[in-house]
Design a protein. Structure first.
Length: 111
């Protein structure tokens, strides 16, 4: 066996993996603390979720409330929450995407 013959330094790999794990944990904490909004009905219903997808708030404009048509209001609520979750997913991609790519570029790992 040739010394340094292309074998990755295990200590270095472990340090890189530990650093990436710390970066990932930090990014996940930031996501949980960051709030994003989504809206429906031209802003009649607004939902706020964390970057990790937890629903934190819901604002319904009184103009959206029709006691005779609660189905439309329910649809607006669902649409606003979905829009907020889509924004949260985009934020997740921005924060976590580069970290996931970094894992794939570590030499000696089988992915």
């Amino acid at each position: 066996m040739i010394p340094g013959g292309g074998q990755p330094n295990m200590q270095q790999l472990l340090q890189q993996a530990q650093q990436m794990q710390q970066d990932l944990a930090r990014a996940q904490e930031e996501l949980a603390a960051t709030e994003v909004d989504g809206q429906a009905g031209g802003g009649l219903v607004k939902a706020t979720v964390t970057g990790s997808g937890e629903l934190r708030g819901l604002v319904i404009d009184p103009k959206a409330v029709d006691p005779e048509d609660t189905e439309t209001l329910a649809d607006l609520v669902v649409a606003a929450v979905q829009a907020a979750n889509e924004n949260a997913q985009q934020l997740q991609q921005q924060k976590l995407g580069p970290l996931a790519q970094g894992l794939g570029s570590m030499p000696g790992l089988p992915f």
